[in-house]
Design a protein around this ligand. Structure first.
Ligand code: NAD
Length: 369
């Protein structure tokens, strides 16, 4: 166990990643926990935070993190598999460890401890650490704006001297964190909004935002004890596609956010349905990184399918990097408050937050993911 802890902020290596894992304001709070902080040069540039901002908060700017670093923070620490990983360090990052075997090998070979931010348990005490929610909320907001600016129409009802223009109708599929934020954003912009989810509990939340909730015959128990959706049977999937088609064809824009943790996203919009949408319609498929809810989605691209624009954004929260970094940094700080005690790293495996997030400890895999 290290006596003095140095935290290192890694510069993101993914060229499309604009966010930074710790913002200058939190450097001060981390120093107050008794740590010193190194930040790789220009880490915050793309999010709007300068090297000088970090220095004036008390961080040391370095070309690459030194071997003194015990805790490395990142959005995606394993983007570059050939990076020099600091042996024995604790890494705090969002990861693809569930699906990417290379990450496990890197952790083993470098004796890393890995706190995977996607495994923050969904319990009240862990809300401050919940990076999936903080980033999904931003993605949902951004998706609402993308739908609005991609449409060739007003969102609100407009009564003008030249005539009355009806409001646009927006359908949001999946009403978790991102979906609810997309609904709230589209509502604020004046659209007529409809929301759909297989979890019946989502209905009340959709309606509380002033949107209409639509629901088909939901035959199964669709929710896990953790509040996530369960994968549906083949029969339910087929009847769901039929049910949704009618609503999709009536909509000007569809924002789809449906996801099942650790699985490919369910298909909710078939190619044939996209082809029948009104010309000028828009689909924003937030689930594109996990396979997409629409059969026509291409990750990272916006494609035209018979007059309908289908967006498959890779990383919507990175497009709002300034604020997305503020909340992600706060999520990480929430974890640091738990694992740092009197300047020392103290990993209490009895703590259910640590137990859920610590996938590797000193290179040894301790939970199956
Ligand atoms: P998610 O990103 O895994 O999925 C997004 C939404 O897609 C979910 O609402 C899910 O029900 C829905 N979905 C999945 N398959 C579908 C299908 N075939 N058709 C329609 N919809 C489908 O979920 P999320 O946004 O991370 O949140 C899931 C739940 O967890 C929500 O109830 C949320 O309120 C809850 N939550 C709780 C906490 C907490 O207690 N700390 C924190 C965050 C979220």
């Amino acid at each position: 166990m290290a006596e003095y802890i140095t935290l290192g902020v890694k510069k993101e290596e993914d060229p499309s990643e604009n966010r930074v894992s710790i913002v200058p304001k939190d450097v001060k709070s981390i120093i107050n926990l008794g740590l010193s902080v190194e930040v790789e040069e220009d880490s915050g540039n793309r999010a709007g935070y300068t090297n000088e901002d970090y220095e004036s908060s008390g961080a040391k700017i370095v070309k690459t993190l030194s071997s003194k670093v015990n805790i490395v923070t990142a959005l995606n620490a394993f983007y570059n598999k050939k990076s020099d990983f600091i042996k024995n360090a604790s890494v705090i990052s969002l990861t693809d460890v569930r699906t990417d075997e290379d990450i496990s090998n890197i952790c083993k070979n470098n004796e890393l401890s890995l706190f995977a931010m996607e495994f923050v348990p969904r319990i009240a005490r862990a809300q401050k650490l919940d990076a999936l929610s903080s980033q999904a909320s931003i993605a949902g907001y951004r998706a609402g704006l993308l739908a609005a600016t991609s449409l060739k129409k007003y969102l609100p009802l407009m009564m003008t001297a030249a005539g009355t223009i009806p409001p646009s109708s927006i359908l949001v599929l999946g009403a978790g964190v991102a979906g609810l934020q997309a609904i709230a954003t589209a509502k604020r912009l004046g659209a007529e909004v409809t929301g759909y989810d297989i979890r019946l509990a989502a209905g009340e939340q959709i309606e509380s935002l002033g949107a209409k909730f639509i629901s088909d015959e939901i035959p199964e128990d669709t929710e896990t004890s953790g509040g996530y959706a369960k994968e549906q049977s083949k029969d339910s999937q087929i009847s769901q596609l039929e049910f949704l088609k009618e609503y999709i064809l009536k909509s000007d824009a569809v924002i789809s956010t449906a996801a099942i943790p650790g699985r490919k996203a369910p298909i909710l919009i078939e190619k044939d349905t996209v082809e029948q949408m009104k010309p000028g319609s828009v689909i924003v498929d937030i689930s594109a990184p996990s396979g997409g809810n629409c059969e026509s989605t291409i990750l990272g691209e916006s494609v035209d399918v018979k007059g309908t624009t289908v967006h498959g954004p890779k990383n919507l929260s990175s497009e709002m990097a300034y604020d997305a970094s503020i909340v992600y940094s706060k999520n990480i700080f929430g974890l640091l408050e738990i694992i740092i005690n009197e300047n020392k790293l103290e990993i209490n495996l009895e703590d259910e937050i640590i137990d859920a997030m610590l996938v590797f400890q000193d290179g040894k895999k301790r939970i199956e993911v």
